[in-house]
Design a protein around this ligand. Structure first.
Ligand SMILES: Cc1ncc(C[n+]2csc(CCOP(=O)(O)OP(=O)(O)O)c2C)c(N)n1
Length: 577
């Protein structure tokens, strides 16, 4: 771009726009005023107001996760960055390409320690790929170009820039420079490819762990082809970053889970584990049991080299683009597989049909359908329910979360995006939801609550014309409830489905499982109960409350078909009635 005389604030937004940024997610204060003023000159960048900085970052994270596009964020100096840290932590896990900026005082003013001042660079540093403060107007373009390049170079992730007001308000002759993107579609060649194909061909009981990069790189086709060629069972990596694998494929068995004992038992049946673009057995709560059984050979292909051989010896650790690698592997394997190996693979494949995800879903669905048929004839109605009462007695909350998830999976529009943050309920969602496309279903990447509700807003902005269905636990919803206002303000097609069990159920479950105690302190919200319909109405979102299983299908279908945002508060069993 040509050299022009301009202000630092205009240069900042001009470079962002040229890097492909279409939305600036923010929450403004005095230190952001230069950017807010300059936004009037850049109608191609839409400012999205979030009402607290953790939501602002989560919205941008959702936008990048659902589109693969670079997003930008503008936070309010130290307190704003502080609020945002948990969400930046999540963005680090999701590997979202984001330029996170925060307004900072004019250079020199911080020395006097005014309110709101703190050096920002070291605070953001541990969670981002690059953290920097711009000190000269002449550097704005170079710094931003570098920031965009770093954020979008695999492994992608957020970067942080501190923007002193004096730099933004100066004027100078500025060369806006041009964008650079690093091409990283590299595949193994030569000896690496030969060894890889050799190990795969010789595997007698291969298993694939399908990871997030398959969806990010649109690699479901070659991943399915490899699984079928090898007769390999496929499990989904333990973190629901995104879709990972088409669940109705004959090889698909389900989530590997984060239960160490269960993972170990599952993997004990196999001799070669092939991790495709995923995290190799990322767990959460501690267990004395190691999830990886002895003797299993590891093959791991990922663009995120930090993950390779991180916790376990890996026979073939390949830093490469998974889709390009799969294409090479499939071509080489087609020439390498013997007739006996092909026959063994096809025998394994036919055995999957009886035990795979699809077969188990069909069994569970049949049981739920017959339950719902009986319920519709009045055989399962809860007794003594006063439908007029604002807060129903606990005994009325009888919808089984599994039933709720089945009906949700049957009513969600085919082209919808689904995001979940409902710790105990989402496990059932993954049993039923027909995930077929990359970038269709998303979950919590870091384990930190507060992403799902605002993340859905970013996903809707990235996918105009498609509905986003956000399944959120009642406890999780309260970490970011003011996101409802942004959804209403922008009239976004998001349905917030609240799995309302009036408690932190997973914490109760774990207190029992891990501490052998059922003395629940600080895990219930019944006194008073949340009135989600009133909360939603207070932020301009229409809402309904469902208390009976028989109403689920019709109310979900109605809500998902309406324009704009809505909230469906579903009272499910708390498990501890
Ligand atoms: C920021 C943050 N704070 C606290 C937690 C701990 N935590 C994990 S799950 C959970 C309960 C979530 O409750 P809810 O959304 O109602 O789902 P449920 O367990 O009832 O299915 C809590 C508090 C966390 N993971 N992240």
């Amino acid at each position: 771009m040509a050299v022009q005389r301009m202000t630092g604030r205009d240069a900042f937004l001009a470079v962002l726009a040229d890097e492909g940024v279409t939305h600036l997610f923010g929450n403004p204060g005095t230190t952001e005023l230069p950017v807010m003023e300059a936004l009037a000159h850049f109608p191609q960048i839409r400012y999205v107001l979030g009402l607290q900085e953790s939501l602002v970052v989560a919205m941008a994270d959702g936008f990048s996760r659902a589109s693969g596009q670079l997003s930008a964020v503008n936070l309010h100096c130290m307190p704003g960055l502080g609020h945002a840290m948990g969400a930046i932590y999540a963005a680090k896990f999701s590997g979202s390409p984001m330029i996170i900026t925060a307004g900072q005082y004019e250079i020199g003013h911080g020395l006097q320690e005014p309110l709101l001042y703190e050096p920002l660079v070291p605070i953001a540093q541990p969670l981002v790929k690059w953290s920097f403060e711009i000190h000269r107007i002449q550097d704005i373009a170079r710094v931003l170009r570098r920031a965009a390049k770093i954020a979008t170079t695999p492994p992608c992730g957020p970067v942080f820039l501190s923007l002193p007001g004096s730099v933004l308000d100066e004027e100078a002759e500025i060369d806006l420079m041009a964008s650079t993107r690093v091409r990283a579609e590299v595949a193994p060649v030569g000896r690496s490819l030969l060894e890889l194909v050799d190990v795969l061909a010789r595997a007698e009981r291969p298993v694939i762990l399908a990871g997030r990069e398959l969806a990010e790189q649109d690699a479901f086709g070659p991943a399915c082809e490899l699984a079928s060629m090898l007769g390999a069972a496929v499990y989904l990596e333990s973190v629901p970053y995104n879709s990972r694998f088409p669940v109705e494929h004959v090889c698909h068995m389900g989530d590997i889970t984060r239960n160490q004992k269960k993972v170990r038992e599952t993997l004990a049946a196999y001799d070669v584990l092939i991790c495709l673009g995923g995290d190799l057995l990322r767990m959460s709560a501690y267990s004395a049991v190691d999830p990886l059984p002895e003797g299993i050979k590891l093959v791991h292909i990922s663009e995120r080299d930090w993950e390779l051989g991180k916790n376990y010896h890996t026979a073939l650790a390949i830093r490469a683009h998974v889709k390009s690698s799969l294409e090479q592997i499939i071509a080489a394997l087609a020439l390498r597989l013997s007739d006996a190996q092909r026959k063994a693979a096809s025998l394994r494949l036919s055995a999957f049909e009886r035990v795979n995800w699809q077969a188990r879903r069909a069994d569970a669905a049949a049981a739920i359908e017959s339950f719902l048929a009986e319920a519709s004839q009045g055989q399962h109605q809860p007794a003594d329910v006063n439908k007029e009462a604002k807060v129903q007695p606990e005994s009325a909350a009888l919808i089984d979360p599994k039933v709720m998830m089945y009906v949700l999976s049957e009513t969600v529009p085919d082209d919808a995006l689904v995001v979940e943050e409902a710790p105990t309920t989402a496990a059932f969602l993954h049993q039923f939801l027909k995930v077929r496309r990359p970038l269709q279903a998303f979950g919590l990447s870091s384990g930190g609550l507060g992403f799902g509700l605002p993340g859905a807003i970013g996903m809707a902005l990235a996918n105009p014309g498609r509905r986003v269905v956000a399944l959120i636990g009642d406890g999780s919803a309260m970490y970011a409830i003011q996101g409802l206002w942004t959804a209403a303000h922008l009239r976004l097609a998001v349905s917030f489905v609240i799995a309302n069990n009036r408690s932190y159920r997973i914490i109760k479950d774990r207190l029992i499982a891990m501490r052998d105690s059922d003395h629940f302190i600080g895990m219930d919200f019944k006194d008073p109960a949340f009135d989600f319909s009133a909360i939603a109405a207070g932020m301009g979102v229409e809402a309904i409350c469902i208390r009976e299983a028989g109403d689920l299908a019709s109310e979900f279908s109605r809500a998902f078909g309406k324009p704009g945002p809505n909230l469906i508060d579903v009272h499910i069993s708390s498990g501890y009635e």
